[in-house]
Design a protein around this ligand. Sequence first.
Ligand code: SF4
Length: 433
Amino acid sequence: MLRMTRDQNFLIRNIPWDYLGTVYNFFKEVGLELNQPALYGKILSCAGAATCQLGICLSRQAARALIDELKKSGLDLDKIKDIKINLSGCPNSCGHHPAADLGFSGKALRNGDRLYPAYNLFAGAIIGDGTTKLAEYAGEIPAKALVLLVKDFLKGYISKAGKFTDFGEYIQGEGKADLKEIILRYSQAPDFNEDKNYYFDWGADKLFSLAQRKAGECSAGFFDLLEMDLKNLKNTQEALGKVAQNENEKGKLLGELVFYASRALLITRGLDAKSQEEVYAGFLKHFIETGLIDKSFRDIVVIAQRSESREIIARQSQALELAKAVQALYETMDNSFNFSRQSIDITGGIPPEAGKTTELPVIVKDLRGVACPLNFVKTKIELARLKSKEALEIWLDDGAPIENVPGSVKAEGHKVLAQKRIEDYWSVIIEKK
Ligand code: SF4
């Protein structure tokens, strides 16, 4: 059996001229697509969520859909010889998305109560001796918009290709602005009732969901969702500080605050709530009844559940305390998405030792013996506990861990301050963004 890496092709040498037709027909018969634009051979995907337990998106099916769309497009793809398009089904980089001209990594996003498959988009990797640069984060788009975005972008590039020596020159200049404009065009998923298609992944016949996935599976997807709601929570807390005199707006924001607080951590319990009722019921069952969040917060959740705006304003301080309690609980989450009740100040404050600032580097985390991609997930968990500009030192094994983790950390916007080999392992010092 012939085995090749993702980036290899093969060359058959010394075929006598008279046999060329026979060889061509043989490969055609075994199903190889011949006489295709070279670009199709440069669209590469990892296994994706169809077979990989860590996967979030069906990247292989998305790559197939992209080729199908390009075939229909009528674009003169023979003008494009130098673009690599790589897809990974999750933020781990098995599809080598950080090394692509256009790279995509699968994630989950929310529109209202609904989850939909999506991709982070990276652009402009340079691979060269001494000049290598990873692709830069450019934005996020629904999975179903990926094929349209790439088609539009290539169309623009083809029309301007004569102006640039290669794609690298284009993407470093004019291409960046073109890509930004196209991302804006496609960044929003339509409402579920308007177009349900966006809520199914490519090739999937069931609605997209992360429910029932356990810790360790798809951890990066968990973090995307968690961070989104924790950010919503923080933004709502800030907005509340600006509407002191406006009772209507205050009632609305307080309702949203309790909603985000109730939803933020549900995914750690394998719940993907699709309605407000499911959010509040899940929160009461998994956080209030278990005592992870103090039972005194039950009333404010029930009030929010009933959308009693006047009542919620009357209990404003309790709503604010609930938000703090959820944020504090998140701070205690361990690598397996479990929480420590003992370390929570029930009034919602973070215990003093969790909030202290110290000199660089603060924490050393030994990840030797931890395989990819869990070493990256654990690094993310440690970084999530730090404040901006604080540092973390991790120890990684040689091989895949040191080859992958620092790049993934940088792709998320953190700085790698130092990386050095110590005996048979590596020390990497990271500054949180
Ligand atoms: S871990 Fe993620 S990037 Fe790697 S094969 Fe699975 S889905 Fe693809």
